[in-house]
Structure formats: structure tokens, C-alpha cells
Design a protein. Structure first.
Length: 315
């Protein structure tokens, strides 16, 4: 719980009903997407109706996207809120299809040249991501990018059951999952070895972890928002380039964007806080372009801007 009495995202109980997901996955396998949508709508509506925290957080986010860039296309209300929740449900299906190797690669557009250039140089890097779209498609497409090795840092304790389901669907998937609660020296050494071998380390940049909650405040959609410093400390520690990757809906499929944010992350001792804030602000600007283009694909259903009091929000 934050100093304002606002629940932290990691303290919210996992609401994914895994048995229900498996049933709906079976519905899709037998009958297709439209029967899946018919079955999932009452579930989504009930969740939207009873989960006041998520409903209010969704509306706040949609209002700020609309005010910032007009991305929603209308004054957000209950219809847009339901659409936001429904997009999340459909994305859950696509995550499972991707991990099971059942999502058609022809429906995914991948910007791969920057990635291939880095792979060709023999080096890896740190990829900062966000809770948007279907990033599992990035993992599922990894075998289709020659030389790509991906290590995803995950907080599996927050969604343990869902991650177990993903593991059952793809137990031999080449992408390595590493559970982390904090970046200790031992973990840093292991990750440095992987980067030296050409691997990319993927870490979320839009949620402050429960432990080691150092963060910086940056402008995001016209308001001050707390972002974690972990991705930039990690890139500086490993001495490697920093990239951003997002996966959002494009028509009836998805598009994966991959861009370089910094060739090297420098954190001078006397300007360390300013440098961290600058890198986080750069990521926030990139994230704004993503959510303005696909506003219903960002899935942080908690009070994102209100996690910390003014006093607690300083790094």
C-alpha cells in the first residue's frame, strides 16, 4: 500500500482464472474467435463491473490519452472502458496462442533491421518494454530472427498461475525466463555473461517493482508519473546498448516496434539522478507514441499515476 493508501500493482491479487482461460482457449480451438468473443464478453463485463480499482484506473488512463493526443477518438466513458477490458481479454488469448505456436506469423509485422544489425555486431543489449499488446509474440517469433537470444526478466510471483500455464503450453521454448525481485550482484553477473554472448535482456519499464522501489518521476501523457530506474541501471552496469520494444494491434494482427534508445547508458556519479531521469523520460516519450497509436493496448489496470505520495515519489 502506498503512502496515499493507493494499492501498489504488485499487491493486487491475481484475478486470472486459469481454468476459465483454458476452457476459453478450447472454445477458440474448436469454434474459432467469434464464439470465443461471445463466451468471454459476460466474463469481461462482470470483471469490469465489480473491479472498481481497475475500472477507475482504465478511465483515468483513457482520459489522459485523449487529452494528450486524441488517441481514443471520443470522450472516454463506459463504452471505451469496456473496450479496454475486452482488448485485454483478447490479448490474453493471443498470448496463449503465441506461446503454443498457434498464432499465424503472417499476421505479425516485425521491425527487425535494428535488431539484426545489433546481432550482426556480435553484441546483445537491454530491451525496455511495457505492459502493452502481446509481447509474447516477440518471444514466439524469436526462432524466426536468426541469432536472436532473449532473456526475459519477469515478476512471476505476481502472476504465478498464468505463467505456469504459459510454461505448460511451451515447456521447451527457446526464450529464457528469469524471475527477479531485485537486481543483486549475482544476478548482474549472470546477465552480463549472457549479454557478452549476444543475448538481449528484456525488462519492463512501466511498473515500479514492489521491492527496491527506487524510481524517478517523469512526464507521461501530461502528468508526472513514477517509472523504475532498473532498466537504465542494468544497461549501465552491463555496458551495453538500450533498446525499446513494443507490440500493438495493427488491423487484424500485430506490429512489433524495435528501436535503439541509447548506444550506451552513462550514469556519472555527480549527475546520476539527472541521467536516470533523462533515460526514463526518453522511454516515456517513446511509450507515448505507442499508446497514442494504440490506446486500448496498454494494460496497467491500477492507479498508475497515484502509486506514491509527493514525498515518496523522489528517487
Amino acid at each position: 500500500m502506498s503512502a496515499q493508501g493507493v494499492p501498489h500493482w504488485a499487491a493486487l491479487r491475481e484475478s486470472t482464472w486459469v481454468l476459465g482461460i483454458r476452457i476459453l482457449l478450447g472454445v477458440h480451438a474448436v469454434l474459432g474467435r467469434w464464439p470465443f468473443r461471445l463466451c468471454v464478453f459476460p466474463v469481461v463485463f462482470f470483471h469490469w463491473l465489480v473491479n472498481g480499482i481497475a475500472r477507475r484506473a482504465s478511465l483515468q488512463y483513457l482520459e489522459r490519452v485523449q487529452a494528450h493526443c486524441g488517441g481514443v477518438g471520443a470522450v472516454p466513458g463506459w463504452r471505451q472502458g469496456l473496450r479496454h477490458f475486452f482488448n485485454f481479454a483478447e490479448t490474453l488469448l493471443d498470448k496463449l496462442l503465441a506461446m503454443a505456436g498457434r498464432y499465424p506469423a503472417s499476421k505479425v509485422t516485425l521491425q527487425r533491421q535494428t535488431m539484426l544489425d545489433q546481432i550482426g555486431s556480435g553484441g546483445g543489449g537491454v530491451i525496455v518494454t511495457a505492459h502493452m499488446g502481446c509481447l509474447e509474440l516477440c518471444r514466439a517469433l524469436a526462432p524466426h530472427v536468426p541469432g536472436l537470444r532473449l532473456v526475459a526478466l519477469v515478476h512471476t510471483a505476481h502472476a504465478e498461475q498464468f505463467n505456469q500455464l504459459l510454461q505448460r503450453l511451451a515447456p521447451d521454448h527457446p526464450v529464457e525466463l528469469v524471475q527477479v525481485t531485485e537486481l543483486d550482484p549475482g544476478t548482474a553477473i549472470r546477465l552480463a555473461e549472457r549479454v557478452a554472448q549476444g543475448a538481449f535482456i528484456a525488462i519492463a519499464g512501466d511498473r515500479v517493482p514492489l521491492r527496491g522501489a527506487r524510481h524517478v518521476d517523469v512526464d507521461f501523457l501530461g502528468h508526472r508519473a513514477p517509472l523504475p530506474i532498473g532498466p537504465y541501471v542494468l544497461a549501465a552496469t552491463l555496458g551495453c546498448p538500450l533498446f525499446a520494444m513494443g507490440c500493438t494491434r495493427r488491423g487484424d494482427g500485430y506490429g512489433i516496434d524495435f528501436v535503439r534508445l541509447a548506444q550506451r547508458v552513462e550514469l556519472p556519479r555527480r549527475q546520476r539522478e539527472a541521467a536516470l531521469a533523462a533515460h526514463a523520460a526518453g522511454f516515456a516519450r517513446w511509450l507515448e507514441t505507442q499508446v497514442c497509436a494504440a490506446p486500448f493496448d496498454w494494460f496497467n489496470f491500477f492507479p498508475f499515476w497515484d502509486q506514491f505520495s509527493d514525498d515518496a515519489s523522489r528517487s
